[in-house]
Design a protein around this ligand. Structure first.
Ligand code: FAD
Length: 481
């Protein structure tokens, strides 16, 4: 660390002197956040020929797919596109994912490894153990970021920055327009700590589930007992939960039990059940409280699961998510706002940059900010069903209003709280990340801001990179000609 004037305490506040910060890198595209969308963005940019760097605060890449061990996509392989499809196929080929049905469960550890491998192959520079703390601005144009890590405080300059922090950390600090949570009251979806159980006799558990279907969610995409194809996902156990609640063995927030990301052969399941409400993922005190509260819920859940569910008698806790999972915080506002009604209506856009398939149902909110998820009066969980549908991503949701030189990938894109229920899913975040990265590369190459891009050119680039860009058949044909 260089010589700095002392930080002074003055009238109950701290005064930090002006500092001189070394510039340690200059790149074409800088991806902030190496999570699900960050992996897509870095590959999208680097494979377009840009000198690309990704910065991640954790020790590893993957975001919610690894740091939250959240490992199920709600889309069949046949409808996947871009690097997401490549990742699913590669994981399956390595025995670390199941691509035989409507959903895709995978092994988070294998995802972690593959993400790094793909970055290395694309010559992306990775910097982990590093927080991105502030944008460097030239008027309303971002020129790079300040980072903080064990080496101190450093500056990294970039022609274009992609915010893939999930929380729009950099876009919001740069002055972009944004909202937090639900529009009417800023309430956000609950946080969770996930854990995995080993030693589970999946076959026995499946036989138990088949005995009384009433005790499980009716949605065939959410409750899957397909042992023949190695695809199992269990959701419900309503009778067991009701009894445990009556006996005071489960916290008030828990109304059902849910196992996903299941590896049938290995006898491993992911438990996605703790729910902590009224917490804000951009507040460190809330994150700390949510993490501790979720782990305490998990201890109670495990005791009930082991005691009451056939097949789990010999189960043990394999691991828990290293970090608390944050479902929702800030979303930027861009020239276009994604809305659920338009998605349901299969709206198409001239600036469409991706068509996203997934299992959904109108108005379905899996994680209501108000709580009561899976409760007896929650028809969405108990009796509702989903079907495979699609929606388009217009490019206008990937650029923030009021800031130039930047794109957004992942869950912080410009969408309403309701639309976010569809766009926040991992598969969608990987694809929007890839698009945001490719757009940043094209902008850097042309020395312009992403907001000024020739969208036809971008669509052609994306189509050539294998992305289903949506209802722009002529564009796709041209690229493939
Ligand atoms: C508990 C939980 C369950 C979920 N269940 C499902 C599911 O079943 N299926 C599904 O498809 N989706 C699910 N999701 C949603 C999905 O996982 C996320 O919405 C998606 O991963 C968001 O992608 P992202 O890239 O925007 O953010 P993330 O994947 O969270 O990545 C953001 C990355 O940025 C890093 N970062 C953040 N701020 C900074 C900073 N200032 N400096 C440096 N690095 C930073 C983070 O460490 C992280 O690696 C779930 C999410 C959660 C939390």
């Amino acid at each position: 660390m260089g010589e700095q004037a002392a930080i002074r305490l003055q009238a109950g506040e701290v005064v930090e002197p002006a500092r001189v910060t070394p510039v340690v890198r200059e790149v074409d595209v800088l991806v902030c956040g190496g999570g699900v969308s960050g992996v897509g963005a870095a590959l999208g940019a680097a494979r377009s020929g840009a000198k690309t760097m990704v910065i991640e605060r954790n020790a590893f890449l993957g975001g919610a797919a690894t740091a939250v061990i959240m490992n199920t996509w709600n889309v069949p392989l046949a409808k996947m596109t871009g690097v997401a499809k490549e990742i699913a196929q590669t994981l399956a080929a390595r025995g670390a994912g199941v691509i035989t049905g409507p959903t895709f469960p995978f092994d988070p550890e294998a995802f972690k490894e593959l993400a790094t491998e793909l970055m290395n192959a694309a010559s992306v520079e990775i910097l982990t153990y590093t927080w991105v703390v502030e944008p460097i601005m030239d008027g309303n144009k971002i020129r790079g970021v300040i980072v903080q890590n064990k080496s101190g405080r450093q500056a990294i300059l970039a022609k274009t920055v992609v915010d893939c922090t999930g929380d729009a950390d950099i876009a919001s600090a740069a002055g972009a327009e944004f909202v937090k949570g639900r529009e009417k009251d800023e309430k956000m979806r609950p946080m969770s700590v996930l854990f995995r159980l080993g030693g589970v006799d999946i076959k026995r558990a499946v036989e138990y589930c088949k005995r009384d279907p009433k005790n499980f969610t009716a949605d065939p995409n959410f409750h899957i007992l397909d042992l023949d194809n190695g695809l199992v996902r269990m959701s419900g156990f309503f009778d067991i939960v009701d009894k445990a609640r009556t006996n005071g063995e489960l916290p008030d927030e828990i109304h059902y039990i849910r196992f996903e990301g299941i590896s049938v052969d290995r006898g491993v399941v992911t438990v996605n059940n703790s729910r902590v409400y009224n917490v804000d993922g951009t507040n460190a005190w809330d994150l700390t409280r949510a993490d501790m509260e979720a782990r305490s819920q998990n201890r109670k859940l495990f005791a009930v699961i082991k005691k009451s569910i056939p097949g789990f008698e010999n189960s043990y806790v394999l691991d828990s998510s290293p970090t608390v999972g944050v479902r929702e915080t800030r979303r930027v506002r861009g020239p276009h706002l994604l809305q659920q009604e338009d998605m349901m209506a299969l709206a198409t856009y001239p600036d469409s940059v991706a068509r996203i398939w997934r299992h959904m149902a109108a108005g379905r909110d899996w994680h209501k900010a108000d709580g009561g998820e899976g409760a007896p009066n929650d028809a969405v969980y108990r009796t509702g069903t989903t079907s495979l549908t699609w929606f388009e991503i217009p490019f206008g949701v990937l650029v923030p209003n009021r800031v130039e030189g930047m794109t957004i990938g992942g869950r912080a894109l410009s969408a309403t709280h309701d639309a976010d229920m569809w766009s926040r899913a991992q598969y969608c975040c990987l694809v929007t990340g890839q698009v945001a990265g490719a757009a940043a590369a094209l902008a850097s190459e042309n020395g312009i801001s992403p907001s000024k891009l020739d969208i036809r050119l971008l669509q052609q680039r994306l189509a050539a990179a294998g992305i289903d860009v949506g209802d722009t058949t002529s564009v796709t044909e041209k690229a493939l000609a």
